[in-house]
Design a protein around this ligand. Structure first.
Ligand code: GLC
Ligand code: CA
Length: 548
């Protein structure tokens, strides 16, 4: 059961290796760089690292296109470096969770290179091939996520192959048991090297039925996950989290219910996509709607109250920086970053911190298209231009929600290139690095970084944070996010004003005395029936639960 699992009081930290720390001056982050920075994570109290892909890859999608699952990309290091990372992290009480990217491989994977050569190839059926439409065009009109058709013609055999993402990322055929056995063996091979689990990339796509037009949560998804659990995970000390853009509170327990034998938890995206434009998606950002945000999280907390487990996050390598998207990257950067962290870390579930979030890093603020690196952004720009959208307009969208916002180098200190590299970084460092960096934040006890460190430590100290029941308050208030966690005789009141104006509300049920565990402003020792909050103020108060 999740609430007693070995990983349950740990905070997870996501590393995007390309942008974390460069060790050799080539401008690209690498594994020796990560090892050199493990002390930062230990100081922060982190218990698990989710490592974005470091496998051998042509890097069309920065490693989410793998050409060898059992080797490390040379620009990131060697297998020996990876073994050293596992050992060095372990010595600091940190487990490594690797990214499992098995909806697709790279088109450079030997399986695909062989498959495309002939219809008789041993690995032909590892991928999804279909005949052309009667007119010679693609089998159907489906579009890929990164732009262009979802089918690519392969002239050697006269068939099309299917790719949800870029043509360089052909989808694996999960109906093929031989292919599945290869994946299972590869997963065991990594677990045997000492990693502690997997974050599973777009895993809700592996049950797809292409001919029926079903991609997400297809008919064979759960059988495949159960088989994977049986073949790989059962009986081992692991933790797993699935990336599932399609999951809802109604379907979540199918993945992480205690009797399912599938995953530990899933990333849901409702709080992310809610803020996207109905037609233009993330490229036209809607303003942050706090009420809807609360409604979504409260629903998830209720849905997984008795069974399953929530993954709590606002940021990752595909999303805008949370302080820019949900907070205020200007005047209230520090307090808004704290408020968001307070509510995320103190709900029931496992918090995931994305690199740089712990110092309140902001969106990239690029001025020109040439500064972007992400293939999704660049492909979509070409498509949007053709559809008549101006580059200026596109830049606004890309600067609000494009994936490169999260991929600018980690800001370690005020030295050139923010201490990330001694060379030319592969993507531009954010201009604000002299003000926002780890070294400066370490020196300042009121920094976002120290706030995160407290939150991470509180989770280890107070069982109510891990196991307490979740009780929402003020659900209809426009900006106040308030809830209580209750365990045995203890209650933890968590209150945050997610807005840039002062806020007030009647909340007699929350009133009472307590010990302030954490506060963005003056610590409080009691709550009055009428709550009064400064802009972006947040705090957590530990008290005794009222009798009855
Ligand atoms: C996931 C990854 C993203 C990648 C895509 C294809 O959404 O998080 O970075 O581009 O899958 O693998
Ligand atoms: Ca490097």
């Amino acid at each position: 059961m999740a609430e007693t699992a070995w990983w349950v009081d740990r905070t997870v930290y996501q590393i995007y290796p390309r942008s974390f720390q460069d060790s050799n001056g080539d401008g690209v982050g690498d594994i020796p760089g990560i090892i050199a920075r493990l002390d930062h994570l230990q100081w922060l109290g982190i218990g698990l690292i989710w490592l974005s892909p470091v496998f051998r890859s042509p890097m069309e999608d920065n490693g989410y296109d793998i050409s060898d699952y059992r080797d490390i990309a040379p620009e990131f290091g060697t297998l020996a470096d990876m073994d050293r990372l596992i050992a060095e992290a372990d010595a600091r009480g940190i487990g490594i969770v690797m990214d499992l990217v098995v909806n697709h491989t790279s088109a450079q994977h030997p399986w695909f290179l062989e498959a495309r050569r002939s219809r008789e190839a041993a690995t032909r059926d590892f991928y999804i091939w279909r005949d052309p439409a009667p007119n010679g065009g693609p089998p159907d009109g489906r579009r890929s996520v990164f732009g262009g058709p979802a089918w690519e013609f392969s002239s050697a055999t006269g068939q099309y192959f299917f790719h949800v993402f870029a043509p360089g990322q052909p989808d694996l055929n999960w109906t093929n048991p031989a292919m599945r056995a290869e994946i299972h063996a590869m997963m065991r091979w990594w677990l045997d090297r000492g990693i502690r689990g997997f974050r599973m990339d777009v895993i809700d796509l592996i049950g797809k039925d292409v001919d029926a037009g079903i991609l997400e949560a297809g008919p064979t998804l759960h059988p495949h996950l159960q088989e994977m659990h049986r073949e790989v995970l059962a009986g081992r000390k692991t933790v797993t989290v699935g990336e599932t853009w399609s999951v809802t509170p109604e379907t979540a327990l199918l993945y992480c219910g205690r009797d399912r034998g599938e995953l530990s938890m899933v990333f849901q995206f409702q709080h992310i996509t809610h803020g996207w434009h109905p037609e233009h998606g993330k490229w036209v950002a809607e303003p942050f709607d706090v009420r809807a945000f609360k409604r979504i999280w409260n629903r998830w907390q209720a849905a997984l109250a008795e069974d399953g487990w929530n993954a709590l996050y606002l940021s990752n390598h595909d999303l805008a920086r949370q302080v820019s998207r949900f907070g205020d990257a200007g005047r209230y950067r520090v307090t808004s970053a704290k408020a968001l962290a307070t509510v995320m870390h103190l709900m029931r579930g496992t918090p995931f911190v994305y690199q740089g979030e712990e110092i309140g890093m902001t969106n990239a603020g690029f001025e020109r298209l040439e500064q972007f690196r992400d293939l999704e952004t660049l492909n979509l720009h070409a498509e949007r231009r053709a559809a008549g959208v101006s580059t200026e307009e596109f830049l606004r969208g890309a600067n609000a929600n494009g994936r490169d916002n999260a991929r600018t180098p980690m800001q370690w200190d005020a030295s050139p290139q923010a201490g990330f590299t001694t060379g030319e970084p592969w993507i531009r460092v954010n201009r604000n690095f002299r003000e926002i960096n780890v070294a400066a934040a370490r020196e300042d006890d009121t920094s976002v970084l120290h706030h995160y460190r407290r939150l991470v430590a509180l989770r280890r100290e107070h069982p109510v944070i891990v196991r307490g029941r979740y009780v929402p308050y003020l659900e209809d208030h426009a900006t106040i996010f308030a809830f209580e966690r209750v365990l045995d005789g203890t209650r933890l009141a968590v209150v945050a004003n997610l807005g840039g104006a002062p806020a007030e509300a009647e909340a007699p049920a929350l009133a009472g005395e307590g010990r302030c565990l954490l506060a963005s402003h003056e610590p409080r020792g009691r709550l009055e029936p009428r709550l009064r909050l400064a802009p972006w103020e947040s705090f957590a108060l530990l008290g005794a639960s009222p009798p009855g």
